[in-house]
Design a protein around this ligand. Sequence first.
Ligand SMILES: *Cc1c(COP(=O)(O)O)cnc(C)c1O
Length: 429
Amino acid sequence: MSQSAALFERALRVTPGGVHSPVRAFRSVGGSPVFFVRGEGARLIDIDGRTYIDFCQAFGPLILGHADPDVTTAVHTAVDDGWSFGTCEPYSLDLAEWITSRLPWVERLRFVSSGTEAVMTALRIARAATHRSRILKFEGCYHGHTDAMLVRAGSGLAGATAASSAGVTPGTSADTLVVPLDDDEALDALFAAEGRHLSAVIVEPLPANYGLLPQRREWLLGLADRCRHAGALLILDEVISGFRVGVGGMAEATGLRPDLVCYGKVIGGGFPVAAYGGRADLLDLVAPVGPVYQAGTLSANPVGMRAGLATLAKMTRVDGWRTLEERTETFTGALGVSLARIGAPVEIVQRASIFWLRVASDRPVRRVSTIPDTQAAWYARFFHAALRRGVYLPPAAFEVCFLSLAHDDEILAHALGALAAAAEEAGAA
Ligand SMILES: *Cc1c(COP(=O)(O)O)cnc(C)c1O
């Protein structure tokens, strides 16, 4: 038995499903999860000593790759200075000013420790600001695991029923309204019936938690118009896309102007950091200035703050976003050619340094219901064929792949060969 399999048996005895976040359990692709002990750049090394090229990158935060040397230095320095004060300190100020000076829609922000917390508070602020209770979200968009958002979400819930998680009261889910993405008729009907009760509309401007479902810019801008008209706030959940598709995320890429915005993942360079931000008048509703309560013992943890700043500063210094986008386009373009040559039944959806291999479809795939239903079964075969060839993909058919700056040409050439061979082995959809 491999050491990974032995550890998983032990883990099953002490933790539900052996994991601390559901997708890690390999349930959707089958088999027993690999235990990793080290990450180096684009690579992960497992406990049995095997090395893999990693396209999961901790589900997005590691835009520079594992253990980037500049971030490592920043973290070592931070740890030497003591790692938690529970007081005012300059490190969060540095990161906050770095962000507010570059992203004009972030007039103020507050750091929290997870995307879930950021969303939870953004919703609370929207309700306080509008004195309304309902929230509109979109089918397949994931906004973390706060009760109100566990309604037709993505990520580890993909493939589950439309019902929310067990343990969420009917009262809570009743205030969360859900419509499909890219469906103007459904949106019009919803706003006509509920517009005046809506406190906010929350959307992933680049939905990336139920596969990658890029939206039409006009649709996003139309959504913002509808919000303004109805007096509902627009919350952009940029936990994946923020600081990933560019320094200004999708707000910058589309020209959308959110009232509130949520960041996570890349913002902390792989440490537990997230933030909510937006209009000053809305942020000033938060305690100690205003009546909306939100607090956190470990919020703005200095190690995370300094890792986040080191990550964003380096990305800026080396023009990382442009390099990453070019490299990802070249890589996915070449992979697409290889896949076509062997007749693999898949398409590659790509935006900036995010990509998703999806079973081919002859119609546009912008909402959950148009994803081909053979996706899960095909991906399970493809995932294991890639794993056997030393490529670690996200262990679920509806999770997306990430490139980091550590994925250089040589590594990508190697990955290309392995993924093409894996697709050949995975066969028809
Ligand atoms: C990951 C994610 C979250 C949740 O963030 P956590 O840090 O896992 O709580 C929320 N929204 C989006 C769009 C995400 O991708």
